[in-house]
Design a protein around this ligand. Structure first.
Ligand code: RIB
Length: 323
């Protein structure tokens, strides 16, 4: 099966990363041991991950007119990403993320949306994979999700409550455990090391036939959930530099593999390995691994098991099923 393209609708941020011994508690001042300014934003990170996995990748987003915006565009272009769909807006700043990373690689992120808040509706995607996250307005994503004929993937991050209005139009929803609990209105999902329990909770996010959800579990890998079954793929043991962008890496790599026509079962070990590799580099976008690095770890991805030959976990909707 021929790969088509991955179309990413999402945020583009300048990440200001500070390294700390421990993350600050409320009211506490802590001294940073280092600081770095790196490319980021969930949308941009996922685009870089998809492109490095080999997908033809199109980015739709918005940046400000200043230096940060042009720098982000040049970094995306250097990764072979088509940025023709990125608006350069006068009078607003490029999105900025203030990220603190502790000595164990744990992080806290505060995002100032900037230009991302002004992302507007765009043309629907007619084929390939559509991938979006929730750092851009849901109102802009809704018409794209309702009209697109691509495989539609939503990464429910951050867990903006309004994002639930998209769930019906999504073929695959990807969330971490915090986001799943937030969307379900729970403090936390109980029994969070029992895959059957997590799968049972995740089914509460599915709203129609043919949908699947993936719960990313950090060091424990990822859990794919269908209405009638689930599949747990463990992660590879790594000692992380930081975990910034690991979830984005998983989403972008998975989108690239699904775009090639691979089924979810075959794509998952590669996306999970890619996310593990991402934690070995500093920051988000710069740490996305190449396909070669992922295949060195997991072995070459087979070309004979494709979604067309196996029970489809995600069906490409036929033109007739979409208006
Ligand atoms: O998921 C990591 C990303 O979240 C960072 O790159 C930051 O920009 C925020 O969007």
């Amino acid at each position: 099966m021929t790969a088509l393209a991955v179309h990413i609708f999402g945020s583009i941020n300048l990440d200001i990363i500070t390294s700390l011994e421990h993350l600050p508690r409320p009211g506490e001042t802590v001294l940073a041991t280092a600081t770095a300014r790196l490319p980021g934003g969930k949308g941009a990170n996922q685009a870089v991950a998809a492109s490095r996995m080999g997908a033809e990748t199109y980015m739709v987003g918005a940046v400000g007119e200043g230096d940060a915006g042009s720098w982000m565009l040049s970094r995306l272009k250097a990764d072979g990403i088509d940025v023709g769909g990125v608006a350069v807006l006068p009078g607003v700043d490029t999105g900025t993320a203030y990220i603190a990373v502790d000595a164990h690689g744990e992080n806290q992120i505060i995002v100032v949306q900037g230009a991302n808040a002004f992302l507007r509706d765009s043309l629907p995607v007619s084929e390939g994979v559509l991938l979006a996250q929730l750092e851009v307005p849901v109102a802009a994503l809704l018409p794209i999700f309702t009209k697109s004929k691509a495989i539609r993937i939503l990464n429910g991050a951050p867990a903006v409550a309004e994002g639930k209005t998209l769930f019906e139009y999504v073929d695959l929803l990807i969330v971490n455990q915090h986001e799943m609990a937030a969307f379900l209105g729970l403090d936390a999902v109980q029994g969070n090391d029992d895959m059957a329990v997590i799968a049972g909770a995740a089914r509460g996010l599915l709203c129609r036939e043919g949908q699947a959800a993936i719960v990313t579990l950090g060091a424990a890998g990822a859990l794919a959930v269908w209405a009638d079954r689930h599949l747990h793929v463990p992660s590879l043991p790594v000692i992380p530099v930081d975990t910034i962008g690991a979830g984005d890496c998983f989403c972008g790599a998975l989108a690239a593999l699904l775009d090639e026509g691979r089924c979810l079962e075959d794509a998952l070990p590669y996306a999970t390995a890619a996310a593990a590799l991402c934690t070995l580099g500093q920051g988000a976008a710069p740490a996305m691994p190449t396909r070669e690095a992922v295949e060195d770890l997991v072995g070459p991805s087979s070309t004979d098991r494709t979604a067309t030959e196996y029970a489809l976990p995600i069906k490409k909707p036929s033109a007739a099923s979409l208006s």
